[in-house]
Design a protein around this ligand. Sequence first.
Ligand code: ADP
Length: 621
Amino acid sequence: MGTRLIPQLRRFRWRTTYGFVLAVVALMAAAMVYLTVQVQAVERAEFEQRLVRQAQSAAADPRLLQQWLAGPEALAGELADLARLLAAQVTALTPDGETLARSDSDLSLADLSLPENLARAPEVRAALAGSTGQSTRPVEDGAPPAFFVAVPVGEGDALLGVLHFVFPRASLEATLDRLQNVILAVVSLVTLALAVSIIVFSEWHGRDLRRMTHVVERIAAGDLDARILLLTRGELGALAKAFNRMADKLQTQIKKRAREKDRLNTVMHVMTDGVLILNRAGEVKLINPAAARILATSPERAMHRSFMQAARDHRIAEVWARCQQSGQEEVAAIELSPTRFIRVVVTPFLKRAGRGYLVMLQDLTQVRRLQTIRQDFISNISHELRTPLASLRALVETLRDSALDDPPAASRFLDRMEVEVDALTQMVEELLELSRIESGQAPLRFNPTSPHAVIAPAVDRLRPQAERKELTITLEVPHDLPLVLVDAGRIHQVVTNLVHNAIKFTPAGGAVTVRATAEPDQVTVMVEDTGVGISARDLPRIFERFFKADRARAVGGTGLGLAIAKHVIQAHGGAIWAESSEGRGSRFYFTLPLADAPRSPAERPEADHGQAPPTPPLTIP
Ligand code: ADP
């Protein structure tokens, strides 16, 4: 557009300018013709009237009458004077039309050879009838026209004769030519002046128009700051002002829209739900990163494809097809794979927003997982409670039925009942503790502590148990490790739990090693065993509450120990994880923060304020 507008404008301007100029020339030419004709007519009439008046006053001159009466010779002399004076040929005619006398022909009019008998000339006939006659005609064929006047001459009522004048029109023609030339010159000058002013005016306005066009082109090319700087007033100035106002409005609107688009983009980008916008035909017109992630594609690949091609799953595309048919919101929950669930919501746009569809994809995998964990938790807890309660019930029934009569047996039953009650109590206590840690109600008291001071006692306490099971237990925790910022009691509990598990799941003859190593900003503790190990399927779940591998069920335990350990370590700002290969052994790691580690204050637990550190929000792993 930018390259074509200005030449177009120029062409248009030249066309209009030349149109104007041509119209002015035509009008002026017509005016000139009219003016010339009118002026010449007036001039001619005036010329003739003057000559008639001169002829009449000559005829009324008493001296002429005197000479007329004196005889033809005297009259000829008088006529000669008159002819000189009036630059005409003068003839005196008798009342019969006979020539009485004539002025000399040696004047400039010598070439005028009049017919001998003038009596039939129209002007003479009029004079003989008593009034002044006049006529314009050539003196002879082919000669230029002359002006003829005949005036009656007489004393009182008696007509003496007719005085006949022939005036050449050369002077009139010369005057008329001069007049025509003057009119032509004036009209040409005015026409020229007008044409020049039209061109200059058009050029001047054209410059403003060109400037305006240039600005319009700049705005169209995206330069929204371009404005028209016009000094002219009038219509063009008003147009420029109106245009600038429009540009201001446009700029504000565009900026507003850009801001809104930016916001929308940001929202779309950070949204965890997938969003797609489809046009009427179901083509993808917008897709956010979350949607691309859920559909396992990229925005570039999905854009401008059909929804079916982008989604690559007929069940998702079907939701859109249903919405297209019903014209109403359609919802479906779809299991993409055994571990991935999504919810698809397709809504048609309101008509006002143009035909199209909004597709929302919500990843329900996490929600489903949490649901499963919650369900597992309930069934686990019921299961864990049912076993000891069932055996308690059996013991009570046996006791009531028969054993009361046999005191030694009754005492054995009571011992076993005590064991079951202890197990139940321990489980309830561990659950309560886990819940307290999770909800941040169990305050941790952080103190700079030597890792050896906190790990060694826990290992030493379990050493007899390991030895009973014929396991070698090795402690590799140097005394000079940097201090860690911990609640010693809690970490003692974690180490006890890990070492206890290692002993529990390692058959006789195996080995358990506890090692701690210093790193730049933390100390990593490892508890390693050569036991049964954990299957790859179970490994991601061992930190869940109540989780127990199948083979562990026989060994006993609540399945809460690792869940508690995980929360304790997380409350310290550390991490805990496990590696294992089934049948060969396991390694559990956890990290502890250094007492003088360069950490951000937000991460750093408060030292011994008796206050709980910020704990992660309640999650049921
Ligand atoms: P429990 O009190 O039952 O030991 P935990 O939470 O401490 O509960 O452990 C959860 C499960 O993790 C155990 O039942 C067991 O299956 C597995 N586990 C934990 N430690 C080990 C280990 N060192 N070797 C093999 N399996 C282990």
